[in-house]
Design a protein around this ligand. Sequence first.
Ligand SMILES: Cc1ncc(COP(=O)(O)O)c(C=O)c1O
Length: 450
Amino acid sequence: MSEIFIQDENSIRKEILDKVKDIYKVRKESEKFIEGKTKIHYSGRVFDENEMIAVVDSALDFWLTLGRKSIEFTDAFKNFLGIKNCLVTNSGSSANLIAVSSLCSRQLINPLNDGDEVITTAVTFPTTLNPIIQNNLKPIFVDVEQGTYNIDPKLIEQAITDKTRAIIFAHTLGNPADMDAIMEIAEKNKLYIIEDTCDALGSTYDGRFCGTFGDFSTYSFYAAHHITMGEGGAICTNNPELSRIALSIRDWGRACYCQQDEKNPNGACNHRFDFKFGNMPEGYDHKYIYTNIGYNLKPLDIQCAMGIKQLEKLPVFIQKRKENFKKLYNCLKKYEDKVILPKSYKKADPAWFSFPITVRDNVGFTRRDFVRFLESRGIETRMLFAGNILNQPAYKNINHKIIGELSNSTQVLSSTFFIGVYPGITTEMMNYMISTIEDFFKNIATGLKI
Ligand SMILES: Cc1ncc(COP(=O)(O)O)c(C=O)c1O
């Protein structure tokens, strides 16, 4: 009889993970930058064998739904930011939806009600705005500042009425908003603050991380962001009541909030059948009691396994984004008569998402000329998200109010774009980006066709 060799699980796993490492190596070795041919993306995932191994290892566990990797990730994320509560979500958009919906929860003593006003910016990502509309609140649009692309605090003051309940804004492209002014207004007028920090993980204001000032902060881990899980996001808060409501809204609206994991599949509290809620029968399973109008906005544990490895790289990623930003800034500084360069507040230290450029009026070229030139040479560009979102087809008929003129937002719509600073841009790529920008301005100066 031939002998059957049965490997134990650990040695099979090791063999698989060693092969994963080999695949990464083979792919990496075949990567080569060719000027004009290799696309320089505006952003993208930056990873090594450790992320690939973490994902495969977690897939082999086959736990799949949220479990120990999500706890490990949220603990590390909280620790990094210095914040008390964090929930992972399946996207930054979902995190925004949870944040706004939580402020409308009937579990709050004084929730936001239909028609209450929420101040936000017209230059925005759609899913920063959409949860306001979705929750029957009224968006009040104010302009952004030229160059910072952030909410203008002077206009916030003008927008406040007795119906105003909250301010929702993004730290645009990683550039911290004026948190001193915003928090002062919020405190004076008892307004909730949601910081959309999807593009600003690692940016600081007055030495404090963006996302740690307001009632909620939200993050995206889509591949373009500072760290990635492929898709994914997070919502953070220092407020335990808001955290519990957010958990409920993320998890179908259910009341049960105690830890459920491999060790405690029925929940850690051991009181599943001990409660009485309103008209529900005594002892009805707490897992099926719903105290909020919720959704299911959870990611997979596999995504969190990747996030843990990305978080370890975050300090290096932040540094690299800052360095790449500086190089582009130094190159573009001499063309400031033609383009508006990004500006930050004194107390701000941005971990830039990207490098925004606004083409000034009547300078002999347009945004389209600049963008086409860069794209034709392999340098990817993007518009500043929706531009002035009120010009977008989907938003034609929304119930809203505008404060002032939105002239800077309209300028963003017509004349702003951005290019990349992400850590995947190597020195070689950055040198090529800079020489291409120089070529563009040389062609403009000498009247050459662009
Ligand atoms: C400012 C801002 N908010 C929200 C989002 C949405 O994040 P996600 O793509 O993870 O839904 C993005 C996406 O890029 C964003 O830039």
